[in-house]
Every structure is written in structure tokens, then in C-alpha cells.
Design a binder for this molecule. Sequence first.
Ligand SMILES: *Cc1c(COP(=O)(O)O)cnc(C)c1O
Length: 366
Amino acid sequence: MDNRERVFNFSAGPSMLPLDVMESIAGSLTNYAGSGQSVMEMSHRSKEFEAIMNDAETNLRELLGIPENYKVMFLQGGATLQFSMVALNLLRKTKKADYVVTGAWAKKAAQEAAKFGDIRIAATSEQSTFTYIPTVKREDFRGDADYVHITFNNTIYGTHYPYVPDTGDVPLVCDMSSCILSEEIDVSRYGLIYAGAQKNVGPAGVTLAIMREDLLGFAPKSTPTYLDYKIHADNGSMYNTPPCFAIFVAGEVFKKIKREGGVAALEKANNEKAKKLYDFIDGSAMFRCPVAEKDRSLMNVVFVTGDEGLDKKFTQTAKAEGLYNLAGHRSIGGMRASIYNAMPMAGIDKLIGFMKEFEVENRGQA
Ligand SMILES: *Cc1c(COP(=O)(O)O)cnc(C)c1O
């Protein structure tokens, strides 16, 4: 392959970014908007960077329809640090929280929270290798829980909630790392939404948190300053040096989404991409999707041949064709095509074309 040619990268994250965004950034990499400096070099207190930060927040608010009574924070530490920040800040009365465990990340979130309080698993699909999303109702949660935690899109297992659980007055906390900005959401249903950026938003290094204001300010006195949401909310994510460049790139992605019809347009495109791939898999004699149909993810499409050796051959030969990172997560094997916002339909078409050829060439081996 020509080494200047870009590949289709199906990685679960970090993942593809929009090419036009990267090209426009490259154009101003050493001299941003006539400032004489790169965004990488600039003071986070400079007027240029303050404008970058304000625009990023304003555009994200507009894209997701974030109500006035929610704070937007740009944090570090990934979704993983949110697992403990959530518990530290939100176990504020009874120290009880209920978790729905729908995958490895959900399980990690619950395990981390258990260091700080009384954590109960309200429902899990672990007994069937997380191939579906359990149906949970208000009665499944403790009425005096400080919060309920869910993982909206399960990156490793390729599932996604087909509904938003009703938790009554108990705040709902949601990890949206692998689906934020891929579909329209009603932010007002949640007490807190968080998402690492490196899947659908921008480069690794920044984590978004969207939090209802009345939930701020309950972290115990012993909480490390950085881990108190209120510190970040009160300081506009500038209490300390924020991940400036990652925020800048995310902000450029937000502008692009706005220019191109907002989240609704992305949702439509994502539905079309995913449908095409699932339809092909469902019609294939070699490939199979192990996930319950109603719970299938639009972002992470998991499939298998049923033969480990053949799966391996698939991901290796695909790579030679410029279709990268199609191996499933190391914990479950098989294949996974992560088709986030920045994956074009051309990538889906090329993948399907390759799958067809592979099927013909390897018929009788599965
Ligand atoms: C990737 C991922 C995480 C972990 O994110 P980090 O930013 O690496 O900490 C957590 N939750 C979900 C749903 C993910 O997809």
C-alpha cells in the first residue's frame, strides 16, 4: 500500500477523526489564527485560548441541547477516573448506589465505586456474556440510592440501551464514552453524563462531564481538589491547566458537526452505516452477530465466524487491504468494527466488499 494513503481504522478508540478537521488544524498548527503561536504553546489564560474554550462549550451545549441548569466540564483522567469521581462526589447521603452491569466498563465502574460506598448490582447480563441489555424498571433500584449508574453503549460487547431507564427521583449517571454525539439524547433525563473523548469527540486526553447543578458541592472534605466537580464547574474547567490541544480539536469537531446538520444528521448517517453492515452480516452464511437484535450498538459492530482460526485470518487479511483494527476486544475475541461518527460510508462499503470476498475464498472452512 502507498504509505501516504490513509486506512480505514475500525479501532474502538482512539479512533478515526474527520480528515477535514485534521487538515484544517494542520494548516494552523504552528500559527493559530494569526496569534504567532500554536495552540499547543499558548497560555490557557490567553484570550485566544479562552475563546477556544468558550466556543467549545457553547457549541457542545447547542449540539446536545444541554439545559441551563447543567454545567459542562472538560476534564482529564479518561472515563476511568470518572468511575471514582462519580462515587466520591455523588455518594452524598445514604452512600448507596445501584449499578446496571452490561459490560466490562460498567463492571469496572461498579468495582471502583465499591471502594467508597454500598454498591449494589441492580441487574447484569454477565451470565450471557453481555449479549443483551437487561430491562430495568424503577422497582429494580433502591429508592434511597444516591444515584443509579448505567453504561449507555457497551464498546466491547457491541450493545446499546434501546431505552433510558426510569429511576424516579434518583439521579441517573451515564457513561456515554462510546456513543456521545452519535445520536440525539435528552440531557434532562440524567444527573450526570460523562465521556472520554477519544471515541467520538476528539483525541485522547480530554473527558467531557455534563452535570446537573444541584448535584455539585457534596464531595467530602477529604476529596482531592482535582476530583471535586464543583472546583471545575466553578472555574470553567480552568482551575488548573486543561488539556488545551485536545479541547481545541474537540471544539473543531463540534463546529464541523454544527455545519453539517447537527447530531440529528449524524444519527441518521450512523443508522444507515450500521444497518448496512448488520444487514450484510445477518444475510451472510459465514458471519454472525451474537448480540440481541434490539440492543445492537450503532457504534461497535461485533461479529464472529464461529472459528477462531478463521477470525484471526480475517483480521490479518483485512489489514493488508487497509482495513485496520478489526479484532474483537482481547477478552472476547472475534471481530469488532467500531464505526464512530468519523467512519465514512466508504469504509463500511469497503469492509462489506472484503467480507464478501473472504466468504467466497474461505467457504467450507467455518
Ligand atoms: C473506552 C471506554 C472507557 C474507558 O475510557 P478511558 O478514557 O480509557 O478511561 C470507559 N467506558 C466506556 C464505555 C468506554 O468505551
